[in-house]
Design a protein around this ligand. Structure first.
Ligand code: 5GP
Length: 189
């Protein structure tokens, strides 16, 4: 069941990273995380090469020019995120299934390139108020960053229909179970 792609997208704070983390811990699924590159600064609890490859804006732009990305987006003004081709090649050669945590444009983009090899899942917050509450509780963002993420979420929610499946994350446990079922089905297909 190797060589398949699993894409999780959705607004920041919808809970996709928590679901992705849960799935990665199920050894049997053999899911390896695609570590993205980003130009945003590292949070205290993050590790270089594990959570992201942290690049300066200039370094990021120069990798864009070198055509090193499978996809990239300026997810927030001045903050770039992208999937490096080398990352996907490395994991594919190692015979792994790959799991992505990317924004909605990136997710739709990867799905378009890999078609049936990939399953794309949109994680949707029950409401925008719930999303705001989660971003505040997470405590990793400034008020300005929360506002930026909420503004963007309104647009991101309109992308849900481009995905193979929508998982509404009202109760985390249910969302995790639903996601696991979809991923298992895809990997055994
Ligand atoms: P955060 O700053 O909270 O880690 O991520 C912000 C947003 O960028 C999230 O929606 C996350 O999924 C997205 N993101 C992370 N890596 C990538 C990537 O490689 N490509 C794209 N398009 N978005 C990404």
């Amino acid at each position: 069941m190797a060589g398949k792609l699993v894409i999780f997208s959705g607004p920041s704070g919808a809970g996709k990273s928590t679901i992705v983390k849960y799935l990665r811990e199920i050894n049997e699924l053999q899911l390896d995380f695609s570590v993205s590159a980003t130009s945003r600064s590292k949070r205290i609890d993050e590790t270089e090469g594990v959570d992201y490859y942290f690049l300066s804006i200039d370094a990021f732009k120069s990798r864009i020019e070198d055509n090193d990305f499978l996809e990239w987006e300026e997810v927030y003004p001045g903050q770039y995120y992208g999937t490096l081709k080398t990352e996907v090649d490395r994991l594919t050669k190692a015979g792994k299934n790959i799991i992505f945590d990317v924004d909605v444009v990136g997710g739709a983009n990867i799905k378009r390139q890999f078609k049936d090899k990939a399953i794309s899942i949109f994680v949707q917050p029950p409401t925008l108020d719930a999303l705001k509450e989660r971003l505040e509780k997470r405590g990793t963002e400034s008020e300005e960053s929360i506002q930026k993420r909420l503004k963007k979420a309104r647009l991101e929610l309109t992308y849900s229909r481009r995905f193979d499946h929508i998982v509404v994350n009202d109760k985390l446990e249910t969302a995790r179970e639903e996601s696991e079922k979809l991923v298992r089905e895809h990997l055994t297909k």
